[in-house]
Design a protein around this ligand. Structure first.
Ligand SMILES: [Zn+2]
Ligand SMILES: [Zn+2]
Length: 177
């Protein structure tokens, strides 16, 4: 027997039981404007920046769904929840007969975060390298550190100067007789 019958006015599929009024009919499908509003509500709460409440993990690059009640979950987490609970109600607000659509907010945020981390790591590396070069070429003001620095420089360039036989490249005045 064919249980799925003609759709209602806006295209939502109805079962025989729904046609006979045994269980409530599904609400009409959300319009594009309504979806935009639902999406906006989710964004204002920054849900995608937080964790998926089902698995308590960040969205990262995993597939993500937005429900018509404006709550968002991993797609596979919601599918598992639907299977396990055997009903279609939002795990957060218990809204029933929700509609869902795939969104990429979490993925976008994750990409931005990764890019920021890579940039920060690179900037840190570049700054440390620049600082090391600066230290190598600039004598410290403190007398004791200056001696240490000069000794290090001498040692570093020792091999080259030995071969040259003292060509006047030695650092001058070692701080008083
Ligand atoms: Zn999840
Ligand atoms: Zn909800």
């Amino acid at each position: 027997m064919k249980l799925r019958l003609a759709s209602n006015a806006l295209g939502a599929q109805m079962t025989l039981a729904q046609h006979l009024g045994l269980i409530p009919r599904p609400p009409p499908l959300l319009t594009e404007d309504q979806w935009t509003e639902v999406h906006l509500r989710s964004r204002l709460r920054q849900d995608s920046a937080a964790e998926c409440v089902i698995c308590k993990e960040e969205f990262q690059a995993g597939a993500q769904v937005l429900l018509s009640c404006s709550h968002t979950f991993h797609r596979h987490c919601l599918a598992a929840f639907e299977r396990y609970s055997r009903c279609k109600s939002c795990p957060l607000c218990r809204a029933e007969q929700y509609q869902k659509r795939v969104i990429r907010d979490g993925e976008q945020l994750f990409r931005d975060k990764c890019a920021t981390r890579i940039q920060a790591a690179w900037r840190g590396f570049a700054a440390r390298r620049r600082y090391r070069q600066l230290r190598r070429h600039t004598a410290p003001r403190d007398e004791r550190l200056r001696r240490k620095w000069a000794a290090e420089r001498l040692q570093a360039s020792g091999g080259r100067h030995e071969g040259a036989g003292g060509d006047g490249g030695m650092p001058e005045g070692r701080g008083g007789a």
